[in-house]
Design a protein. Structure first.
Length: 96
């Protein structure tokens, strides 16, 4: 092959590689734009979800003392059961 032939081949190969790179770049940009569109839609829904969460939990500060009292009563009952079970275990020599 002559030098002009190699130049032609290298020019064609360079053009093919450049075309492939341009296509890959274009596809990547389109996919990135689509992903950003999905993110934008999800982010647009975020304020509504946060407002709903705030509305759903607004009454919790008022209910915490009641919940605390109920949990304290449950704990006292479980402590009593624990003491009884421990006494039974000691009576049977299972623990010291």
């Amino acid at each position: 092959m002559s030098l002009d032939s190699w130049d032609s081949v290298l020019t064609i190969v360079s053009m093919v590689v450049a075309s492939i790179l341009a296509i890959v770049l274009a596809v990547t940009l389109v996919l990135t734009a689509a992903a950003l569109g999905r993110v934008r839609r999800a982010a647009a829904q975020l304020p509504g979800g946060l407002e709903a969460a705030a509305d759903n939990t607004a009454s919790l500060p008022d209910q915490i003392p009641t919940i605390n009292s109920a949990l304290t009563a449950i704990q006292d009952g479980l402590d009593s059961v624990d003491t009884s079970v421990l006494g039974i275990a000691r009576a049977y020599g299972l623990v010291r």
